[in-house]
Design a protein around this ligand. Structure first.
Ligand code: C2E
Ligand code: MG
Ligand code: MG
Length: 725
């Protein structure tokens, strides 16, 4: 007999009984008195309670719960569905299959095999006429499903915990480049909250000031070809992860301050190997980088003075040689050796010696330009590299300045020390084409300097030694010449060709050197220009010429023109304007015209400016002459733009008159055009009667030259003027 025979009793129900018994869905049935009338085999299996023990009782709850309470079937039977939430709080939901029915999930720990998850639902059983006869509850074993759900939820939470708790800063982007993870470590290194970033595509924002892909983005797009473009020279394949890349870069704009970051990116793939995202890790390597930089600095610098050491110097010198070779520029290598440093060290102690070296290294540094290098290569030895100095003369100037600066007293504790040094100089390319050669020759020049007496310098090449020596002598001499009144003006008269009368004189500077006698301007004017001394000298010339010319006015009673030469340097800072205004103010000018002679280079360098300045001078009453015309490749037509009164044809053209057809043609054209343009034409350097005749014939207005008179001392000129008048 069927163990469930108590079910409903009716013969027609046998079929239903069999159906229930045979279904793999666990189910039980209670009658309207809550007596369990059916408990199928599947229900026995699921609950572990045999039908015999339960059928016929009203305790359908018993296999499920430790204490009495209604099952879902009981609640449905009593139409107490409102109570469902009370008994199944948070575990029930409407049945997806049967309308109006509820389903609940719950775990039953005492069921066989470590408990079971069941999903159950109950339904009223009614006769055809609607009379309620009982309720059926079906139980679905969802343990496996629940377990795997739980498992995946657990592993996801584990993954989140691992990512979030991992001390390595990292973030993850999905297939669409949307940030899915931005861990705690990442928050603290970058100072951007995961809240602000997760769900966005703003992974570039914390790192860069403009939108661009980060390493993970490039990887995800399989754009490793673009790595070189974005991470030039700083990326490589990860040695640890297949398909991963790494790079190190400096990030100056992080919210947490500038940092060096080492970052890696690796692909994330699904089970089929399809890339579904990428993970990027970051590591702050700032301290390490700084340490590396410090080590590198230490490896290349002298610990005491922090100057480059020999190795770095060699590096720079080699580079400089390569550049100089390419650009055809000069280089100078100086070997500096302190004189008697050992004595200082011995008498004042090593500390004082160290202080001295530090102070001197600063002084040397202050004498050189930004691109130049000074290095300490030994105890009291320094080497200096001057990159593209303008000339040997410039090198000599710097060398002398270093010697002078080092010689300034240094206060060491209680003592005032006077240090001295000897310097040897080698020049590229003359003295050597390689770094070792240049250093060797600078070193040997230094020994020559020492041998000549300490506190001086020497070039490796003798010829340059000679040149720079005289140059320096001239430089020094010029200062004292101005102070001690060793300058004098000579005057060379200019003659009117038609009348033979003196129209004026050009003031020409002479230097009475105490040892060398008279020195002509060709030897010192350009040096005076370079050292800026031409400005006070120019002042002196103007004042002296005016003073001396005052007394000649009484002789002629006719207008007289005194010409002075103006150099480019005076023109540069408009010094001449100030000087001219002041001087003119101080003297009476009746019948005395001051003419300023300027050369073509002055007007060619900056025509606009020159034109304005010349006009201002003219407004002040100056006459203007273009000196040495023809040597600067400008044309007379061009000169029309400037307010010149007079053009002085250079003596190189005059020299060839009477012997060279071409020169004659040129001079003829000059005279014709100049006259047509209303300028007074003068020929310089007239030495022969033939030249004078030619000029006379071609309509030149005035001449100046040895044929008529040499430059004369003021007194002699005065005499000549008297005779000529
Ligand atoms: P410059 O202005 O062309 O002066 C004319 C030069 O030609 C003078 O040389 C003069 O002695 C020379 N000379 C005159 N007649 C003849 C001749 O028949 N044959 C030859 N061979 N030479 C002749 P100096 O006095 O030696 O002056 C040379 C240059 O120095 C001047 O050329 C001028 O540019 C510059 N200079 C002279 N004095 C001054 C000055 O006070 N200031 C400035 N900035 N430059 C001056
Ligand atoms: Mg002149
Ligand atoms: Mg001249």
């Amino acid at each position: 007999m069927n163990k469930n025979s108590a079910l409903l009793g009716a013969a027609g129900d046998t079929l239903l009984t069999q159906a229930l018994e045979g279904t793999p869905v666990a189910s039980f049935v209670i009658n309207k008195d809550h007596i369990v009338v059916h408990w199928n085999h599947a229900c026995e299996m699921v609950t572990g309670t045999p039908a015999e023990r339960i059928v016929g009782t009203n305790k359908s709850w018993k296999p499920f719960y430790p204490t009495e309470r209604p099952t879902m079937a009981d609640l449905v039977l009593d139409e107490l569905t409102d109570e469902i939430p009370r008994y199944y709080r948070g575990k029930f939901h409407p049945s997806p299959v049967v309308e109006g029915a509820w389903e609940a999930d719950d775990f039953f720990p005492h069921f066989p095999n470590g408990g079971k998850w069941l999903s159950f639902t109950a339904q009223l059983l009614k006769k055809e006429d609607g009379e309620v006869v009982g309720a059926i509850e079906t139980l679905r074993d969802i343990t496996d499903q629940k377990r795997s759900e739980l498992q995946s939820r657990e592993s996801l939470s584990l993954l989140n915990q691992i990512i979030d708790g991992c001390p390595v800063p990292m973030f993850v982007i999905n297939e669409d480049h949307v940030i899915t993870h931005w861990n705690k470590a990442c928050e603290s290194i970058i100072d951007k909250s995961s809240k602000d970033l997760v769900g966005t595509k703003d992974q570039w924002k914390p790192f860069y000031d403009h939108k661009r892909p980060v390493l993970a983005d490039l990887l995800l797009n399989s754009e490793t070809g673009k790595l070189a473009e974005y991470y030039k020279g700083i990326w490589n394949k990860s040695p640890l992860v297949e398909g991963g890349w790494e790079a190190t870069d400096h990030f100056p704009n992080l919210q947490t301050g500038p940092k060096w970051l080492y970052f890696t990116a690796a692909p994330i793939r699904n089970a089929t190997g399809h890339m579904i995202g990428a993970v990027e890790t970051l590591q702050d390597v700032t301290a390490q980088k700084h340490y590396e930089q410090k080590l590198e600095h230490q490896a290349k610098h002298d610990a005491l003075t922090q100057l480059p050491n020999r190795a770095l110097f060699a590096d720079r010198l080699n580079q400089a040689i390569a550049h100089a070779e390419r650009d055809k520029t000069l280089l100078a290598v100086m070997f500096i050796d302190l004189d008697d440093f050992k004595t200082i060290n011995d008498t004042l102690g090593h500390h004082a010696g160290d202080d001295l070296l530090v102070e001197l290294s600063e002084r040397i540094k202050n004498c050189i330009r930004v691109g130049d290098t000074v290095c300490r290569i030994g105890g009291d030895e320094f080497v200096v590299l001057l990159v593209s100095p303008e000339s040997d003369g410039h090198v000599a100037d710097v060398t002398q300045r270093i010697i002078d600066d080092i010689a300034e007293p240094i206060n060491l504790g209680h003592e005032n020390i006077h240090a001295r040094c000897s310097i040897g100089v080698a020049l590229y390319p003359e003295d050597g084409l390689t770094a070792p050669k240049l250093l060797m020759h600078a070193d040997s020049a230094m020994y020559t300097a020492k041998a000549k007496g300490k506190g001086g310098f020497c070039f490796f090449t003798d010829e340059i030694n000679q040149e720079t020596h005289t140059r320096l002598q001239i430089e020094q001499g010029l200062y004292s010449a101005l102070e001690q009144g060793d300058f004098e003006l000579y005057y060379q008269p200019l003659f009117d060709l038609s009348s033979g009368k003196i129209t004026g004189a050009e003031a020409l500077l002479r230097w009475h050197h105490p040892e060398q006698g008279i020195i002509l301007p060709g030897e010192f004017i350009s040096i005076a220009e370079q050292i800026g001394l031409i400005v006070p000298i120019g002042d002196w010339v103007l004042k002296t010429a005016l003073t001396e010319a005052q007394s000649w006015m009484a002789i002629t009673n006719k207008p007289l023109r005194i010409s002075v030469n103006v150099s480019a340097r005076q023109f540069q800072n408009a010094e001449i304007l100030k000087s001219f205004r002041e001087t003119m103010h101080a003297y009476k000018k009746a019948n005395l015209h001051i003419e300023l002679e300027v050369t073509e280079s002055i007007v060619m360098d900056d025509p606009e400016r020159a034109s304005k300045l010349l006009q201002k001078l003219k407004d002040q009453g100056a006459h203007l002459a273009m000196d040495d015309f023809g040597t600067g490749h400008s044309s007379l037509a061009y000169l029309r733009r400037f307010p010149f009164d007079m053009v002085k044809i250079d003596r190189s053209f005059v020299h060839d008159l009477g012997t060279n057809r071409e020169a004659e043609a040129i001079v003829r054209a000059m005279l014709e055009l100049g006259t047509a343009l209303g300028m007074r034409m003068v020929a310089e350097g007239v030495e022969t009667a033939r030249q004078k005749e030619f000029l006379e014939m071609e309509g030149c207005h005035e001449v100046q030259g040895f044929l008529l008179s040499y430059p004369l001392e003021a007194e002699a000129f005065r005499t000549l003027l008297k005779e000529n008048t």
